[in-house]
Design a protein around this ligand. Structure first.
Ligand code: NDP
Length: 433
């Protein structure tokens, strides 16, 4: 805390991992001798830069850009870019730290990193967003590369922004280096299923979890928070697997549709019109838009938080328990506070941390890198099959590790220990670097 003052989200993420790995350090004194924990908590490199741009009225704006290259033991730094007014170093470091273990859990050759800017894309015109992306890349390009650091999207960075970032990278470097970004459009090196991967992957994980001693998602009542990239495709996959998503949300409130969210309409509003959820309620008479309240007050069997960090605190967890929730599966990064996790566990609610459950996005990004390197393009069916197998493997890794450490069903311990062991082992192999 003294070494990294004023970064509560980073402290929260580190504490959660350190609380799990005590037993690993007992079994592996060589990790302590090599100061692996101290080294893992210190980013290899952090870049903070000025992003100047001009708005449509000709006014000059200045934002702050970040790229934290946290750990390259397993491969090039890999992790998304977030554009949101709340972004500062502590948020980027928490996300980058989580990313190290998440990426390790996928079993694929990718290190951990994260970046972004305190830019708010909401209410900005297309041209303003483009100018911002171009300015951001004008500094970022010198730090990234297919063998070095490969950013992707996150909150506020979707296909549109990745397109502008890629265009500027190509222009500055005079290199058509497809593997420098993932989440690209299909016409310029993007991979099938990348757009869907995080949401689908979280639902595949939930299905695996519920299949142990249950019937999976079929017939379940599900609540999803957010209505962005992860949320939309989580809703789609729940419906394909026979569950019903009755509510979703955004930063202003939530939408309740007891007949099940109409995804075609939701996508049209969010992706094409870039509008708000109350438009849905105006067009669907039986749906209700509730502003200023938490979506977690809606009773459900399964909760999929897919919006942002710390959105389920103690009060929201208590509401979920009271509503009969049996499983919480994190599509977002760290959406559940430590207090809420304790409360859910004490009530017997099964809990899957984002590091494991939302790893589908980065896993398919790694497959995008693989396809770019071999100038290949896989079919949707093949990519989805790989995603499903990857989520099954991650689930098994967490499950088996938790059993090995005498904590059956503890996905938090399983994910942290399995991810940490792979990174620590490799850092030892590389010597003191
Ligand atoms: P999007 O920008 O597409 O969507 C974010 C959604 O969450 C929007 O509905 C947004 O509402 C809502 N939201 C964002 N911030 C807040 C806030 N402070 N309070 C309430 N609601 C908020 O982002 P993604 O779907 O890509 O990301 C969602 C989560 O998933 C993040 O935690 C991200 O780190 C994580 N994730 C994403 C991956 C990916 O592949 N995209 C991969 C792994 C994890 P509004 O529109 O009103 O702002």
């Amino acid at each position: 805390v003294q070494r990294n003052p004023g970064e509560p989200e980073f402290h929260q993420a580190v504490r959660e991992v350190l609380e799990s790995i005590g037993p690993v350090l007992d079994r592996h004194p060589e990790y302590a001798r090599a100061q692996v924990v101290e080294r893992i908590c210190e980013p290899e490199r952090q870049v903070i830069f000025r992003v100047p741009w001009e708005d449509d009225r000709g006014r000059v704006r200045v934002n702050r850009g970040f790229r934290v290259e946290f750990n390259s033991a397993l491969g090039p730094y890999k992790g998304g870019l977030r554009f949101h007014p709340s972004v500062y170093l502590g948020i980027v470091k928490f996300l980058g730290f989580e990313q190290i273990f998440k990426n390790a859990l996928t079993g694929l050759p990718i290190g951990g990193g994260k970046g972004g800017a305190d830019f708010d894309p909401r209410g900005r015109s297309e041209r303003e967003v483009m100018r911002f992306c171009q300015s951001f890349m004008t500094e970022l390009y010198r730090h990234i590369g297919a063998q070095t650091d490969v950013p992707a999207g996150d909150i506020g960075v979707g296909a549109r922004e990745i397109g502008y970032l890629f265009g500027q990278y190509k222009r500055i470097t005079n290199r058509y280096e497809s593997g420098v970004l993932t989440g690209k459009g299909l016409s310029y090196g993007g991979a099938q299923v990348r757009r869907e991967a995080t949401g689908y992957g979280a639902v595949f994980f939930a299905e695996e979890m519920l299949a142990r001693g249950g019937d999976g998602l079929a017939g379940r009542r599900v609540v999803v928070s957010g209505s962005g990239n992860v949320a939309v495709y989580a809703i789609e996959k729940v419906h394909q697997l026979g569950g019903t998503v009755v509510a979703c949300s955004d930063s202003t409130g939530y939408l309740l549709d007891e007949k099940g969210i109409d995804l075609t309409l939701l996508r049209e509003i969010k992706e094409e019109r870039r509008g708000r959820l109350d438009e849905y309620a105006r067009e669907v008479p039986h749906a209700v838009a509730v502003s200023g309240r938490t979506v977690w007050e809606v009773p459900c069997d399964v909760a999929l938080p897919c919006a942002t960090q710390n959105e389920i605190g103690g009060a929201e967890a208590a509401a979920l328990v009271a509503g009969g929730c049996v499983a919480v599966v994190e599509g977002a990064n760290m959406p559940t506070t430590p207090e809420a996790v304790r409360l859910l566990r004490a009530a017997g609610v099964r809990f899957a941390p984002g590091k494991a459950a939302n790893a589908g996005g980065v896993a398919v990004s790694a497959l995008e890198m693989q396809q770019n390197a071999s100038r290949d393009a896989w079919s949707f069916a093949r990519s989805e099959q790989r995603l499903r197998e990857t989520m099954r493997d991650i689930h098994a890794r967490c499950w088996d590790t938790a059993e090995e450490y005498g904590r059956p069903g503890d996905y938090v311990l399983g994910a942290n220990v399995a991810g940490f062991r792979r990174v620590a082992e490799t850092m030892l192999a590389h010597g003191l670097v």
